[in-house]
Design a protein around this ligand. Structure first.
Ligand code: FE2
Ligand code: FE2
Length: 159
């Protein structure tokens, strides 16, 4: 759950960075709307973490700052690439949440409900970005994003 919480911090920051650099007001509005969903997700994860007597990642400010910068960079490359970045990010997040659902105990109905609801929203974010003209990113970029996410999730699990 701490990893999910850190992931939502990063997701929100990516969207904020991308919105800052977006050219088309409609794109910016879409990004900010998604960021608000991520803020909801963050709140759900924070509640669940405290119910489980755990705490968020101590590196949260780092996740936010790093993701804001990456989001702004993606945004500077133009709206269609930026939307493509959303499509790929949400695809990877969906995969992560899917895996998490597979490993969560059946008895932990509350955590499962949160992860499932987030997964549905992430799929919607990705689908909307694709419908708005998001382009498919080249393979090396997708691999780099995957590697970056792995460093973050791996670290946030412990710290
Ligand atoms: Fe999310
Ligand atoms: Fe999302």
């Amino acid at each position: 759950m701490r990893v999910n919480h850190a992931g939502e911090i990063a997701a929100q920051a990516l969207y904020h960075g991308q919105a800052l650099a977006a050219r088309d007001p409609a794109t910016r509005e879409m990004l900010l709307r998604a960021a608000r969903d991520e803020a909801d997700h963050l709140a759900w994860c924070a509640t669940r973490l405290s119910e489980l007597d755990s705490q968020p990642s101590r590196l949260d400010p780092l996740w936010y700052a790093g993701s804001l910068a990456i989001g702004a960079l993606a945004g500077l490359m133009g709206d269609r690439i930026s939307l493509g970045f959303v499509v790929e990010t949400e695809r990877q997040v969906e995969g992560h949440l899917e895996g998490h659902l597979g490993s969560l105990p059946e008895a932990d109905a509350r955590s499962r409900a949160i992860v499932a609801a987030m997964r549905t929203d992430e799929m919607t974010h990705g689908a909307k970005a694709k419908a708005a003209g998001g382009v498919e990113l080249p393979m090396p970029v997708r691999a780099l994003m995957r590697a970056t996410a792995r460093v973050m999730t791996g670290t946030a699990y412990w710290l």
